[in-house]
Design a protein around this ligand. Structure first.
Ligand code: N01
Length: 538
């Protein structure tokens, strides 16, 4: 039992006021009676949906699923206008939830956490923000996000560009690109969404592509009132089905193997999923796409065929066809009219794998062969320091001065992707080595926050105040996470942020738990039923 008599400012410090922070504050404060204070660098709630206002920013999980399930009235009363809503609507939704549960009164906005240090004598966390304030909390819950630290490539001369540089991951205002000569670097999910929209506005758009992507149609449309009513009537069943699905969406048409059916049957399945849109082709066609290269090849070739049908210029079409890595080993983007953008006279595709970017100059971007693309605006859609980046950016120091950066020097070490040995009372919502980005985020977040709530309730009931995972439990979890990834095509096949491979110097370790949401949920249930197996309390 902890002998500390010092009293912290609050029971729980929550970092971030996105999907996680909003629910965490409600859960711990309103449902458990704990005192809570939150911090967010933004001026308001929203997290990802606050910072990513680039043209075309849109969710790619259906709105009926990409939303909170914790409050029946909330999910009944909110109306989504689109199957896959755009950023402004999601931000309005989060603002509505924050109003409804009076979240903002317990958040300090516009301050960034610069350090969090465990005080072993007092048994609480000291959280310092960039306004110089120090707040103490018994428990520290990070909702700092998984894709919230943008990666800015250090091209020589990037600071000399005379035009405007815009970062998709830190894009806060509407920008009128009409009449502008725009260049964009990056063809991941952000770049692909932005290119489709910028192509409609800009005088010219130069896409500097290093790696083509397997983008498939999102299939967006307005919500249908009858379907919405039916979904609302069955919402609890839908949520239960979602939580029992690998990705956290209630898809249920997956077949075991792409190689076990005839080419005609396979084509029919791919056509059907292509037409249905969303992640169905990836996650609801054949279960072995990420496990068997030959199975994957069938989907990859199907997507290449569809790209060639949509792009008029054959040379451009070939450049847009991914060949160097299997489908899904980089996170697949979803698109609307992306390939058609290249049929406009104003859009030019440049292969910067063959002719790399040499420097940014005042007038634009110079390639290795000396070609200069003159630009008024340079858009960087160059990704994020995923999963570990947001946590390491906070300078977290645990017991005996152990720095998280040192503990993770060879990649993340966690128990359940939720806690870290040596860092008592520290919880990472959708942390590295949890399903996180591979599990419909609002549900992944609710599950983690609920699990933390259960841990805190257990501590209160048992008269304890400190909890920490054992080194053994952590080692086993890290081994299981790595072993699961080695069963897939992921570790060897692509330079993906899933593996930390997009950041120079970052250890190449899988950052996500690949066992799927149902298996992960079952493990967490088992840990709880086993008296919080793997955790030590004091
Ligand atoms: O970032 P990315 P993102 N020179 O890392 C290129 C989520 N998300 O922001 O592949 C030239 O995927 C890089 O090229 P390469 C989603 O989980 C969701 O687009 O490394 N190019 C790549 O093309 C997603 O996966 C939604 O060769 C350089 C691009 O930049 C995650 O966020 C929407 C370069 C980065 O792609 C990240 O997506 C948006 C360089 N030096 C995002 N450095 C939805 O829900 C990087 N690149 C729909």
């Amino acid at each position: 039992m902890s002998t500390s008599t010092a009293t912290p400012d609050v029971d729980v410090v929550v970092i971030g006021a996105g999907f996680t922070g909003i629910y965490a504050i409600h859960r711990f404060r309103d449902r458990m009676g704990l005192t809570v204070h939150g911090f967010d660098a933004a001026a308001d709630v929203g997290g990802t949906w606050y910072w990513n206002r680039y043209p075309g920013a849109r969710v790619d999980i259906e709105s009926v699923h990409y939303s909170y399930s914790f409050d029946e009235q909330l999910q009944q009363e909110w109306h989504w206008t689109e199957r896959f809503p755009a950023q402004p609507e999601i931000l309005r939704y989060l603002s509505h939830v924050a109003d409804r549960f009076d979240i903002r009164k317990d958040v300090t906005f516009g301050v960034r956490v610069t350090s969090a240090t465990w005080d072993d004598d007092a048994s609480f966390w000291r959280v310092t923000t960039d306004d110089g304030a120090v707040t103490t909390g018994r428990y520290l819950v990070s909702g700092a996000g998984t894709l919230s630290v943008p990666k800015v490539p250090d091209f020589p001369g990037v600071e000399t560009f005379a035009g405007r540089t815009l970062l998709t991951g830190n894009w806060l205002e509407d920008v009128d690109l009409t009449g502008q000569r725009v260049g964009i670097i990056g063809t991941g999910s952000s770049g692909i969404q932005a290119i489709s929209e910028i192509a409609k506005q800009a005088a010219s758009l130069t896409v500097l592509q290093r790696t083509p992507n397997y983008a498939t149609p999102i299939g967006n449309h307005s919500t249908d009132p009858e379907q919405e009513a039916a979904e609302k009537a069955a919402y609890s069943d839908i949520r239960a089905k979602s939580r029992n699905h690998f990705l956290g969406v209630p898809y249920d048409e997956v077949q075991p193997s792409a190689l076990a059916v005839s080419p005609e049957q396979r084509r029919a399945v791919f056509d059907d999923r292509w037409n249905k849109g969303g992640f169905r082709l990836f996650i609801d066609s054949f279960a072995d796409l990420l496990l068997d290269k030959a199975a994957n090849d069938t989907a990859a070739e199907y997507i290449r065929e569809r790209i060639r049908e949509r792009v008029q210029d054959p040379a451009t079409a070939e450049l847009l066809c991914p060949t160097g890595y299997p489908y899904g080993t980089k996170r697949p983007p979803l698109e609307t009219d992306y390939y058609e953008a290249y049929n406009r006279d104003t859009v030019t595709l440049v292969d910067v794998a063959a002719n790399r970017i040499d420097a940014v100059m005042p007038q634009g971007v110079r390639l290795a062969d000396g070609t200069v693309h003159e630009l008024d605006v340079l858009v960087l859609a160059t990704g994020f320091d995923a999963c570990t980046g947001p946590l390491l950016a906070m300078n977290v120091t645990g017991r005996d001065g152990l720095r998280l950066a040192d503990s993770w020097a060879d990649g993340p070490q966690t128990y359940l992707g939720l806690t870290v040995h040596g860092f008592p009372n520290f919880f990472m919502v959708t942390g590295p080595q949890s399903p996180s980005v591979l599990y419909n985020m609002p549900l992944a977040i609710e599950d983690h926050v609920d699990l933390i709530g259960d841990v805190l309730a257990h501590l209160a009931e048992s008269g304890h105040t400190v909890v920490e995972p054992s080194a053994t439990a952590q080692d086993q979890w890290v081994a299981e996470t790595n072993a699961l990834s080695e069963m897939t095509l992921l570790p060897t096949s692509a330079s993906s942020w899933y593996m930390g491979a997009n950041i120079p110097g970052k250890p190449r370790r899988v950052l996500v738990y690949l066992g799927g949401a149902p298996r992960y949920r079952a493990i967490c249930e088992d840990v709880k039923a086993g008296g919080w197996r793997g955790f030590a309390v004091a």
